[in-house]
Design a protein around this ligand. Structure first.
Ligand SMILES: [Zn+2]
Length: 247
């Protein structure tokens, strides 16, 4: 059988060769571990649920959701903490360069149906955020208190396992920031930040769609390439890219 390579696959192969990542199984062992689920909300993951949601069923996103659900269930069964970021915006307050999305009350800001159970689970902390970077979004503007820092400290976490969307946007900004936070000595217990590759996903916006919608060239976002570049960037900053999470 002759494999038909799409233009994106060919580009991906070249980029994977030029910017290699080497995902390895991550063994949690006896480290105190917490799971961070980034923005697995309807507005980014549920078909047709807003301007930034997938327009059609998406395999990478579906895999991310089911793998996140599986991991989250295992974490809570073991008594380990889970923190979920929810992209949530005040109606009418923009987040440039994006169109209005995940506004309060639209349902876009709610966890996808498969993960709705997290909302009421006592071991789960929900953090609404109105910016890309979950670390920054965890800061209370009035008190300057950072919910994420408190959560890691209270649970004396040594490992953070990270899943979510988008690999190269909200996941990446959080991960590269928390690595600096760790290296700066703000979280003395924290040792590893493991990003589970199959637990992450990003969106696809082809050149054709960009042209159709009169979007600038810079809006072009090939899913597989962007996902890879996100993983590569996190790896080069010191994140461990995991092929599996061994619990
Ligand atoms: Zn947003």
């Amino acid at each position: 059988m002759v494999a038909t390579l799409t233009r994106q696959d060919t580009t991906l192969a070249a980029i994977e060769a030029a910017l290699p990542i080497d995902p390895q199984p991550y063994v949690i062992g006896d480290r105190a571990s917490g799971l961070i689920v980034v923005d697995e909300v309807n507005g980014f993951c549920t078909v047709g649920h807003g301007p930034l949601a997938p327009p059609e069923p998406d395999e990478q996103i579906a895999t991310m959701v089911s793998e996140s659900d599986r991991l989250a269930r295992t974490f809570v069964e073991r008594g380990w903490p889970v923190l979920a970021f929810l992209d949530t915006h005040e109606p009418g307050k923009p987040e440039p360069p994006y169109p209005p999305h995940c506004e309060k009350g639209t349902g876009e800001e709610k966890l996808v149906p498969e993960l709705e159970w997290l909302e009421k689970h006592p071991q789960v902390t929900l953090v609404e955020k109105d910016c890309i970077n979950g670390f920054v979004g965890s800061i209370d503007v009035n008190t300057q208190r950072n919910v994420l820092l408190d959560w890691v400290k209270e649970n004396k976490l040594e490992t953070l396992v990270v899943v979510g969307i988008c690999t190269d946007i909200c996941v990446m900004d959080f991960v590269v920031t928390i690595l600096s936070v760790r290296n700066h000595g703000l979280l003395p217990t924290l040792k590893d930040v493991a990003v589970y590759a199959k637990g992450c996903a990003t969106f696809n916006l082809t050149a054709e769609i960009a042209a159709e919608q009169s979007l600038p060239k810079t809006a072009i976002h090939p899913q597989k390439v962007a996902h890879h570049v996100g993983l590569y960037t996190m790896a080069e900053r010191g994140a461990l890219i995991a092929s599996t999470i061994c619990l």
